[in-house]
Design a protein around this ligand. Structure first.
Ligand SMILES: Cc1ncc(COP(=O)(O)O)c(C=O)c1O
Length: 352
């Protein structure tokens, strides 16, 4: 089947890759006989233990199908319609979710300027000046993306400072961790250190971008976050009936630390690529490479011919800034093929 279709190698997104073979095997392995639905099956129990092993005993992991649903449902039980979530202007929940938080939660998303996606507590003081004022949306939560949409990480001290500040201001703390695993690999710390030990309330924990198939988890830590989650999820039509197949994927991903193997691989491969690009003077890599994303400024004329060989998105047309995302199946040889293609395009324009 599909033998006649051509599947290219893409830098466009980690959503462009397929499913990690070990994850697919787990789905096949779970495909035996009958099992209870809606999370009451034995595979779900095993996966729940894996989440506790990696995130600590307080975590309750609940599955959804998309990262957008994970973000929106992370807010649902915690933020009321007259309240606001504060996020970086680059945050996925602000820029790329088609107003889903506004539609489903009804709240306002307040943005804070940022160059690399990171924001700092000092930027928020003016946002809190009208607390209690009935004319103003009431800030209730801060949402941080780790690593950010621009591929850089908050350090552990930065995250602790955020928790301390949000606690003082009576705000909840959410992490959009669509690629949280890469931050753990980059910072060389545990997933627990990045979440439970910081004291975050709720985390969107990515699966699909890291080699899973339509599987994301919301990690609930605080009692408030846990309280009504399942009702909001059902209303949002994100309660899977055959949960065992989502659980099987997460089990395979977490058990024996496949997550770490993949996260280390994509982060190192992205860093290796950045090092090789440094040898080409016409190219600048814009942000520190602390995840699987590279933001690459190319000569304008190179973009078209290169995109024909390896698809990618132009992030900022005015600056010729392109986003290159490294997927789990990208190999050192793929880096070499890409660098060779760049050199060929470069030669082509030299000759002209
Ligand atoms: C940081 C981040 N959060 C959330 C999402 C949403 O994921 P989905 O496209 O599955 O809704 C994405 C998707 O690109 C993302 O990059």
């Amino acid at each position: 089947m599909f033998e006649d279709l051509e599947f290219a190698t893409s830098l466009g997104s980690d959503n462009h890759s397929g499913v990690h073979p070990k994850i697919l095997q787990a789905v096949v392995a779970a495909n035996r006989g009958h099992a209870h639905a809606y999370g009451l099956d034995e595979v779900s129990k095993l996966a729940a233990l894996e989440f506790k092993r990696l995130f600590g005993d307080t975590v309750e992991a609940q599955y959804v199908f998309t990262g957008t649903a994970a973000n929106v449902l992370s807010l649902s039980g915690l933020v009321k319609s007259f309240e606001a979530v504060i996020a970086s202007e680059a945050a996925h929940l602000q820029q790329d979710e088609c107003g889903a938080p506004e539609k489903f939660v009804g709240c306002k998303v307040m943005t804070v300027p940022s160059r690399d996606g990171r924001i700092r507590p000092e930027q928020l003081h003016t946002r809190l000046q009208r607390q209690g004022d009935q004319h103003f949306s009431q800030p209730r939560m801060v949402s941080l993306t780790q690593p950010t949409e621009l591929g850089v990480c908050y350090t552990l001290p930065e995250l602790r400072a955020w928790r301390e500040w949000t606690t003082r201001k009576n705000l909840m703390l959410h992490i959009d961790g669509a690629r949280l695993v890469n931050a753990a690999a980059f910072l060389n710390c545990s997933l627990r250190a990045l979440t439970a030990d910081i004291g975050v309330d709720v985390v969107s924990f990515g699966g699909t971008k890291n080699g899973l198939l339509g599987a994301e988890a919301v990690l609930l830590f605080s009692p408030l976050a846990k309280a009504h989650f399942k009702f909001y999820r059902k209303q949002a039509m994100q309660l899977s009936s055959k949960t065992r197949f989502l659980a099987a994927q997460f089990y395979a991903y977490l058990h024996q630390d496949l997550w770490l193997e993949i996260a280390r691989h994509v982060t190192k491969t992205a860093q290796d690529l950045a090092a090789r690009l440094a040898e080409i003077p016409e190219i600048q890599v814009q942000h520190a490479v602390e995840s699987n994303a590279l933001f690459v400024r190319l000569p304008k004329a190179w973009i078209g011919p290169l995109r024909e060989r390896f698809f990618f998105y132009v992030w900022d047309v005015e600056q010729n800034l392109c986003r290159w995302m490294i997927s789990f199946d990208w190999q050192p040889e793929t880096n070499t093929r890409l660098v060779d293609a760049i050199r060929e395009v470069r030669e082509c324009f030299r000759e002209k």
